[in-house]
Design a protein around this ligand. Structure first.
Ligand code: ADP
Length: 272
């Protein structure tokens, strides 16, 4: 316990303290960067439809005497307005999901019912594109969760499968129980995804080909919402894909165990 040893210890403590502080700073810098990116991305995504809206409003004003032009501009104005509404609702949904930790809910949901609702929501778009959506979800499996969030997640996968398929394509939606989990898979025979893009498609605002994706009217937030929703439910999402052949996205959720009957709880019937 000489003064020298004491000094060394306090110096060591000092170094450790500084190091901890430095690590903490790095983490907060990283979070700041993530937040800055998110805001920059939102601003970027909103700029185009906002600019279109003001240009169209101007054009509308100048074309007041030409009913055909007015109708055309009004139609495009309404498309841009729904695009803005869609992006803002997805941004809000995503921020809510990210702010919330794991979801605690005791609401039991039938998986086949969630799948049916998500398929139904895509019916009109699928029909318009001549795409047949085949459903194979006979399992009566149940999960605990938030119904509307889970329907949105499955909906987003089906909407993508339709959007990235050519006219007359086929989309399959299946649900089954495997090893205590429910697997909901959405398969298409569309354009597919290159191997090096597979991880990135779940990132916020990530689109493989900006021009191609913009034609589909997407925001690049759909899969990010799927990922966060599924993670909040204690599950995960995976993807398999081959360019020009198609893709399969699979959501896995923990299966809700059936309640243990009183007779089971008091011991096994065989007495061992
Ligand atoms: P978007 O709103 O652009 O569809 P998503 O987050 O849903 O955004 O998807 C991110 C990107 O991943 C899409 O822009 C698209 O390039 C690609 N992608 C998603 N689903 C599929 C699919 N089923 N087939 C091919 N590419 C897909």
């Amino acid at each position: 316990d000489s003064p020298l040893r004491l000094r060394v210890r306090s110096a060591r403590l000092g170094t450790r303290f500084v190091l901890l502080l430095a690590e903490d700073r790095t983490e907060s810098f990283r979070l700041d960067e993530v937040r800055r990116d998110f805001v920059a991305n939102i601003s970027h995504e909103l700029k185009t439809p906002i600019a279109s809206v003001s240009l169209l409003a101007e054009a509308l004003d100048q074309a007041a005497d030409e009913p055909d032009q007015v109708r055309r501009f009004a139609g495009r104005l309404s498309v841009e307005a729904s695009r803005l509404a869609h992006i803002s609702s997805e941004v809000i949904e995503l921020s809510r999901l990210q702010a919330r930790g794991a979801l605690r809910t005791d609401v039991l949901l039938r998986v086949d019912e969630i799948v049916a609702a998500a398929v139904e929501q895509n019916r009109v778009v699928a029909t318009a594109k001549g795409i047949d959506v085949a459903v194979k979800a006979s399992s009566k499996a149940e999960v605990y969760g938030d119904r509307s969030l889970l329907v949105v997640a499955v909906h987003n996968l089906i909407a993508n499968a339709i959007a990235y398929s050519s006219e007359g394509g086929r989309v399959g939606v299946g649900a089954k129980v495997v090893d205590g989990a429910v697997e909901i898979a959405v398969t298409d025979q569309g354009i597919g995804i290159e191997a090096d893009e597979l991880e990135r498609v779940f990132e916020r605002f990530y689109r493989i080909d900006q021009a191609r994706s913009r034609n589909t009217g997407g925001s690049g937030l759909g899969l990010s919402i799927v990922k966060h929703t599924v993670q909040n439910h204690g599950g995960d999402v995976r993807v398999w894909s081959q360019p020009s052949r198609g893709s399969t996205f699979m959501i896995r959720l923990p299966l809700a165990e059936p309640p243990i009957e009183a007779s089971d709880a008091t011991g096994s019937p065989t007495g061992d």
